[in-house]
Design a protein around this ligand. Structure first.
Ligand code: SER
Length: 317
């Protein structure tokens, strides 16, 4: 029997790519998408969809009853910059949303639950280079605090209630299908659109702000691989480090200039700089490699080439 999959937050940056991938593999009827807003009729043709607010238990119950998912990907969350603007609601959405999904997953006997964590779980006293899997974690954003608390709860639900929950700490994610919404790493997506559209970009992070990043295809593959790996390979039940690549705006600019030599960047930092400064510059993901055989495919140049190729037609290039 095919798996029956429910994606919560399917209209977001990760959800958009994940839904397309999983529907290709499992068939569209087996993958129910859900998000907080109704979608266009055109999108409804892609497969089953439900409006689902993770803070409304009734919405969750209805979706679980109707679709009977064996695997749930719970992606709905408020990202770092937005959560700083709405700290109380950011915490509520990220934590209560997760608790509601935990409860439903146990009540309806879901086989596996995926929930993403983030590099935002680290903080100013974390070693910033090759950040180890286990180290000091003192996040100072609401988003980071909620992700670290969520990780602890994932492990707790696994150990105490046997819930088979899996998680990875996403680096900044770079894809062309959907825009990110309200994160600190968003510049690394926006820069491609502006490079193609205007030939120039004003970065809200400084030239040498190095952060871990990952091309979306790798992120989707990691998400599905960690979720589908045999349970005995998933030895970390909080969340796995995932390294991706590591670059700063200046290095990304150089990589873009290999394709668009006249591309110009300038810098005007804002409140997101302090958030970025508290995060690691590079990550050690040896546990993901050894536990479930994780292997990165896209380096920075391959990611840049693919982003520009995929986005060029949108800007008549
Ligand atoms: N990309 C996210 C953000 O910037 C980090 O997980 O908030």
């Amino acid at each position: 029997m095919s798996e029956r999959i429910l994606i919560i937050g399917s209209e977001g940056q990760v959800g958009t790519d994940l839904a397309a991938y999983l529907r290709g593999v499992y068939g569209k009827e087996n993958v129910m998408c859900s998000d907080i807003k109704p979608v266009s009729d055109e999108k409804l043709d892609n497969g089953p969809y439900r409006v689902l607010n993770v803070l409304v238990k009734e919405h969750i119950r209805e979706a679980f009853k109707e679709h009977k998912p064996t695997i749930v990907y719970h992606l709905a969350a408020m990202l770092s910059a937005t959560a700083e603007a709405k700290p109380k609601f950011g915490w509520e959405l990220n934590m209560d949303g997760l608790f509601n999904i935990f409860d439903a997953a146990l009540e309806y006997g879901v086989k596996r639950l995926f929930w993403p964590s983030s590099i935002a779980v680290f903080g100013p006293n974390t070693p910033q280079l090759d950040t180890p899997q286990f180290c000091v974690m003192d996040p100072n954003t609401i988003y980071g605090i909620s992700k670290l608390a969520g990780e602890r709860y994932c492990e707790y639900y696994n150990k105490r209630w046997g819930l088979d929950v899996r998680s990875i700490r996403y680096p900044g994610l770079i894809g062309w299908k959907a825009m990110p919404g309200g994160g600190t790493t968003d510049y690394a997506v926006d820069i491609f659109h502006q490079a193609l559209d205007k030939g120039r970009y004003t970065s809200f992070l400084s030239a040498n702000t190095r952060l871990p990043m990952m091309y979306m295809d790798d992120a989707i593959r990691a998400t599905v691989e960690v979720t589908e790996a045999p349970a005995d390979k998933i030895l970390i039940r909080s969340s796995y480090n995932l390294a991706g690549v590591s670059f700063d705006p200046e290095m990304l600019t150089e990589a873009i200039r290999k394709h668009i030599p006249t591309f110009h960047i300038d810098y005007k930092t804002d409140h997101r700089q302090a958030i970025a400064d508290s995060w690691p510059k590079s990550i050690d993901d040896s546990r993901a490699q050894s536990d479930w055989d994780w292997e990165l495919e896209y380096d920075t140049d391959a990611m840049v080439a693919e982003m520009l190729k995929q986005l060029a037609p949108r800007y008549g290039k």
